[in-house]
Design a protein around this ligand. Structure first.
Ligand SMILES: *Cc1c(COP(=O)(O)O)cnc(C)c1O
Length: 307
């Protein structure tokens, strides 16, 4: 096993809205797992890296967009556990703080057009087909090994929750939680907030990983994408800034910001029963804030309440 094990802490959140609606909300701080191998990215990578090690590979190859938390996590984990790393980055060559961090951790970046990026297997075959050391990691860690790692966070909980909520990109984290819930016989209802538009595609993505999963195992709340991946509105930015200022917990508008907004909105609209105990998963990735820190800071001192 890789020499890295960390049980993230759980802490309660306090907002007048929660008292008014008589719900209890805890946040699982997966953002504290590691500054760069952050949140669900570490959970997804741990079995993948273990498999790569077992297979005797020493070079990780993966895929992502220019602000990908997965690329940064892979770059840092590769450096930490003795792998060299290469990433195919979607779109024309750009520079930003996340890609700089990837390079600092030694990752080789290959920028490819959006059409070439779609054919990931071809890219891997063309560049690394004959390379016995190369190990291919799917974009975002979307795999059963990745989902398995995410399911293990359920073993760290000290309470039974009525509801567990997480943000969804590829749906791997939610798929892992769903499988874990069934295996462990937990009662918690599982909720995903897709950060991309038309999030219903995640039902298929989750079934793709676990075909035997009963359809009703998870509930997707698909109307909180704010226009699509990495899109935001003044309302979302105000909410995120207010949340950070009220709690001292940094969230960003791409994933956890949308998740928290959705949860607060559902609470305000009496989605839950009085007495319900809710767990919110902070999946980390706060380096994403480096792409929008000025926008976010501009929404400071908003007089609007958090619902
Ligand atoms: C990648 C990422 C997600 C999405 O996780 P999936 O398993 O792909 O659904 C959620 N939150 C953060 C912070 C991420 O970086």
């Amino acid at each position: 096993m890789l020499p890295f094990d960390f049980h993230s802490p759980v802490e309660p959140l306090h907002f007048p809205l929660f008292d008014e609606k008589q719900v209890r909300v805890d946040v699982k701080r997966d953002d504290l797992i590691h500054p760069f191998i952050s949140g669900n990215k570490w959970r997804k990578l741990k079995h993948i890296l273990h498999d790569a090690q077992e297979a005797g590979k020493n070079h990780l190859v993966t895929f992502g967009g220019a602000w990908s938390n997965h690329l940064l996590a892979t770059a840092c984990a590769g450096a930490k556990f003795g792998f060299s790393t290469t990433a195919f980055v979607r779109g024309e060559e750009v520079s930003n703080p996340v890609l700089s961090l990837c390079r600092i951790f030694g990752m080789e970046l290959i920028f490819v057009s959006r059409s070439a990026y779609r054919a990931k297997e071809t890219l891997f075959e063309t560049h690394f087909g004959g390379n016995q050391q190369a190990y291919c990691i799917p974009e975002g860690g979307h795999s059963t090994a990745g989902a398995q790692g995410c399911s293990e966070l359920l073993d760290e909980l000290h309470h039974e929750y009525d509801h567990i909520w997480c943000a969804c990109g590829t749906g791997t984290t939610l798929a892992g939680l769903a499988m874990g819930k069934l295996q462990k016989g937990l009662k918690a209802a599982l909720h995903g907030v897709p950060v991309l538009a038309s999030g219903d595609f995640l039902n298929d993505a989750i079934r793709g990983l676990y075909p035997s999963l009963p359809p009703s195992t998870v509930t997707l709340h698909t109307s909180y994408h704010f226009g699509g991946y990495a899109k935001s509105t003044a309302e979302l930015l105000r909410f995120v800034q207010g949340f950070c200022a009220h709690t001292g917990i940094l969230i960003e508008p791409v994933y956890t910001g949308k998740l928290c907004y959705a949860l607060f909105d559902r609470i305000a609209n009496d989605y839950f029963r009085p007495g319900d105990r809710i767990l919110l998963l902070h999946t980390g990735g706060i380096t994403g804030i480096l792409g929008m820190h000025e926008q976010l800071a501009q929404h400071q001192n908003s007089t609007e309440k958090l619902f």
